[in-house]
Design a protein around this ligand. Structure first.
Ligand code: AGP
Length: 613
């Protein structure tokens, strides 16, 4: 996903923009660029590859100015190279833009502009935007009006920031659809624009988030938000609670490593303020459901993608157990095209760390049209999934920078637990005693997670024995089957090793043919209701020459006699065991990826927020 940073104020824009882009590197990109107004003219520096190449270029060819925009590009149209990098400049060199999203009708627009004699300098879809803006300015409109008119001609989802040498005291930013966010940072005598909070958090906590089809014109001391129809908007100013340090890596080698080890604290934060340990009452401040509405609820549909979808598979077990409401789980990318059967006695719950995943947001829009209530569990403050629903639970896990999601996954499961308790409480089917017992279990989680994190060295040693294998099988049953899926995804996405998560009971229906000494099998075999079944699974794999890594409950000597390697977790209440059982799998994937020299925080081909289909 591309990154955008803009600045206007009394300071030199270049270092501010570059530092902001560095904080957005986790979003994944393949080129970068910056434009400032220097002595009345637009000056641009761009380079392919990592941001460090752009920094070196600017060191050799400095550019200074007090207003500028920068961009990290994840190529969609046009290969990654210098001339396709943003910012893109109009033919007369007076206007420049950066852009997130895809101009779906760029071919038609490009053909029209070419017919008018416009010269194109790149193969990108984005370049048509700057020429459209310049054409409107040549027709006599100011930058804001020209930008407003230009973006109305685009199809698709966009975030656009424009700058003109003819109006060197302002920036204009626009948001259409879900091509990533547009955050306005309000400083003292200076203003910032960014596609994500961490880029500008060190300068200000006061932020405004553009909604879709809104635009903002900003000078160093003021800003004006309006709709694309020209209506003024009194936009809410959010005060971001995150501190800049928590968005930095600290003493860890990778953001992912930091975020794995932050989970005990993140779970504490996601529970904090939502449970009353005395009365057993659950409070979800941004998700008020009346007892009457709770009793009317006949079905809950969870929609999500990737790791978030796997947290929903766990949530299904939890919410059905706590409420006896049927829960179905579907991928956002499937749900949006499945013409789902919904009515106003159904609720659709989106699980999304970024709050900007286009497939998940589209599934919500589909559900809205069918009359369902919309809820979400979201980490990114101010994101679309937090704003378009009837109610939400903020994960409160703090910024998750590593592309591979870890603390948001476990926070999402706990928040679904809280939702299940809340629904049961509102439906009158959960006694205060039962609620207190559940809350006591929740309160133990951070400590249980912390105990497993202390076993990092043992897991790192095991990774040293496994990192050269090229195929893995992850097996689980019941509430830990989704953890087999998530453990396999973690390994796949950061180490590029092929790994498959599978329901253990399904092995005999085909996949057992895969088992041999080249295919390590990770079997989740906790002391729970499916323990015996998992034991026999381990025996079947061993009898076929398989290498078995068992994830067991502390003190289980029986498994130690059967498996080649054993990782273990403390005894955990079954409904919460996935929150603890996933930790060793996160650490195992992390250490294997590090041993393989992989780019852990920015795996190839991946983005932190998938805002394209
Ligand atoms: C997580 O490790 C993956 N990077 C990916 O599957 C992610 O979970 C998915 O893209 C959904 O993202 P979201 O939670 O921000 O909606």
């Amino acid at each position: 996903m591309c990154g955008i940073v803009g600045y206007i104020g009394p300071r030199d824009a270049t270092p501010i923009i570059l530092a902001g882009l560095q904080r957005l590197e986790y979003r994944g990109y393949d080129s970068a660029g910056i434009a400032v107004i220097q002595h009345g003219s637009i000056v641009v520096r761009r380079d392919v590859g990592k941001l460090s190449s752009l920094v070196d270029l600017i060191r050799q060819q400095p550019l200074n100015g007090q207003i500028g925009i920068g961009h990290t590009r994840w190529a969609t149209h046009g290969e990654p190279c210098e001339r396709n990098a943003h910012p893109h400049t109009s033919a007369n060199g007076k206007t420049v833009v950066v852009h997130n999203g895809i101009v779906e009708n760029y071919r038609e627009i490009r053909a029209d502009l070419l017919a008018e004699g416009v010269q194109f300098a790149s193969d990108t879809d984005t370049e048509v935007i700057v020429h459209l803006i310049q054409r409107e300015m040549d027709a006599g409109h100011d930058l804001a009006e020209a930008t407003r008119r230009a973006v109305q001609q685009l199809r698709g989802a966009h975030a656009v920031v424009a700058l003109s040498a003819d109006e060197p005291d302002r920036l204009v930013a626009v948001r259409i659809g879900n091509a990533g966010g547009v955050a306005l940072g309000i400083g003292q005598g200076e203003m910032f624009i960014a596609s994500d909070i961490p880029a500008i958090l060190e300068h200000t906590r006061q932020m405004v988030f553009l909604e879709s089809r809104q635009m903002v014109t900003l000078t160093r001391s003021a800003y004006r938000v309006q709709t694309l129809d020209g209506e003024p908007v009194d936009a809410k100013i959010h005060s971001i609670p995150w501190d800049p340090v928590s968005a930095a890596r600290g003493e860890f080698k990778h953001f992912m490593q930091k975020e794995i080890h932050e989970q005990a604290r993140a779970l504490t934060d996601t529970i904090r303020g939502r449970v009353d340990f005395e009365s057993g009452a659950i409070h979800l401040p941004n998700l008020e459901i009346s007892p009457d509405d709770a009793r009317k609820l006949r079905r809950l549909v969870i929609v999500a993608c990737g790791t978030s979808a796997y947290s929903g598979l766990v949530g299904k077990f939890i919410i059905e157990e706590l409420t006896r409401i049927p829960v179905e789980v579907d991928y956002g990318s499937e749900y949006r095209y499945r013409d789902p059967i919904l009515d106003n006695n159904c609720a659709v719950l989106a699980l999304t760390q970024s709050g900007e995943t286009v497939d998940t947001l589209a599934a919500l829009e589909e559900a809205r049209e069918k009359g369902a209530r919309l809820w979400s569990i979201v980490n990114a403050i101010g994101s679309q999934a937090m704003r378009i629903v009837d109610g939400y639970i903020a994960m409160q896990a703090g910024p998750e920078i590593g592309v591979a999601s870890t603390k948001a996954f476990t926070a999402s499961i706990v928040d679904q637990y809280l939702l299940g308790l809340y629904l049961a409480q509102q439906r009158g089917t959960l006694s205060p005693d039962a609620a207190r017992a559940h809350i006591q279990n929740l309160a133990r989680l951070p400590d249980l997670v912390g105990q497993v994190l202390e076993r990092d060295k043992q897991i790192k040693a095991l990774a040293g024995e496994l990192y050269q294998y090229t195929n893995f099988l992850y097996l689980g049953r019941g509430i830990n089957y989704p953890i087999a899926l998530e453990g396999a995804l973690k390994l796949k996405e950061i180490s590029y090793i092929h790994a498959e998560g599978y329901p253990a009971g399904e092995m005999k229906h085909g996949p057992i043919a895969l088992i041999d000494e080249h295919m390590p099998v990770l079997a989740i075999a906790l002391r729970d209701g499916v323990y015996d079944k998992m034991l026999s699974q381990i025996e079947q794999a061993k009898s076929r020459g398989g290498i078995v890594i068992a994830l067991a409950t502390d003190g289980d000597t029986e498994i130690a006699a059967k498996a080649d390697h054993v990782l273990s977790i403390p005894e955990t209440p079954p409904l919460l065991s996935p929150v603890v059982s996933v930790i060793p799998l996160q650490l195992l994937a992390y250490h294997i990826a590090v041993r393989r020299g992989a780019d852990v925080d920015q795996p190839r081909n991946l983005a932190k927020s998938v805002t394209v289909e």
